[in-house]
Design a protein around this ligand. Sequence first.
Ligand SMILES: *Cc1c(COP(=O)(O)O)cnc(C)c1O
Length: 394
Amino acid sequence: MAKVGLREWMALAPVFASGKLARFGDDTGGPLLRFEADFCAKFGVQHALTMSSGTGALISALVAAGIGPGDEVLVPAYTWIATAAAPLAAGAVPILVDIDQTLTMDPADIVRKITPQTKAIIPVHMSNMVCDMDSIMRIAREHNLIVIEDACQAVGLSYKNKRTGTIGDLGAYSFNQFKNMNIGEGGAVVTNDPQLFARARMYHDIGSLFRGYLDNANEPPMLGVNFKASQIQGAMLRVQLKRLDPMIARMRKRYDMMTEILSKSDRMRVGPHNDVANAAGLHVIFETPDDAKQFAEENRRGVYRLYDSSRHVYTNWQPVLQQRSGHPAMNPYNWTDRKIEYTPDMCAQTLDILKRTCRISLGENYPATLVAYLARRMVRQSPAASGKLSYATS
Ligand SMILES: *Cc1c(COP(=O)(O)O)cnc(C)c1O
């Protein structure tokens, strides 16, 4: 979780003094436009648009890509519920895909879940674990699918030296309090495609037809909502962007230190990672659910079993599983060619992995020596009785 401090506070003073708080209240574009230019340069992407939330960014990306009624969108069974809710907001339906031991979408299950109605994949880089983007992009190109990366929980992370969010057709980020860049609430969408950018921008701003852009990529004005960010968010984001890479570097250092210590334990195994050279998220996998549960109970501080982080597990997404919408006639499940059914055990592989896996915080805001001490203690506590593990981790 990213800290907010004095620098953000100081960055806000000029915004208040100017009185120009709205996205389009400042002729120069204000801090928002400067943030977006800096973000594009750092992330190596053509277009970035700040939004009021990561959820808004996902919905805008789907609408920009022309996803709508009758379409199926593949999402992982382990993510924040917003990933599954976003396709529904665009009129499409989410189809759940199992994760593998990297805690991200299993490419083999993506292939199994593709139907003639599948239009897009939303791979989620979950808690700084990056997806197998090479496999996902290859599958997507073979089947002519749009890829919208949900990088909300991995802002700034890299997969093979490309920033998450910049590999697919579009990427979505969240800047809420629990993410790598923290301004309380906020988000952004990025793309290299000017037409997708123009459509996302129009959708996120119902008033876009009055803004007089000269670069709408020949897209006629379309209806939208209001997901605009304010200049206050822009000013804070400029500061948070400067904090991002140093924070990820601290995570990387602690990841290397802790995995070296934890890999000596024969009770658990450090979980696999799709780009271990850039890893900044740590999880350990046990042989049985009880082993994982016991480990979490022994350590508590900075350690939890993934299955017990219930909100991120698909079995707890009641409004999705029960297919409830605000108005019965506005229910995307009525607009599909085939009947979509969800069951609690439909992603059994995901549940099995989550029950046997613990997440370990990298403690990036604590001294590295303390973090190493905690890791050594985790290993010392391991009861030798568990013996060698019999399963493979990749
Ligand atoms: C946080 C998050 C979102 C949504 O972001 P908000 O800014 O809270 O709307 C979407 N997907 C994932 C994986 C997230 O963690």
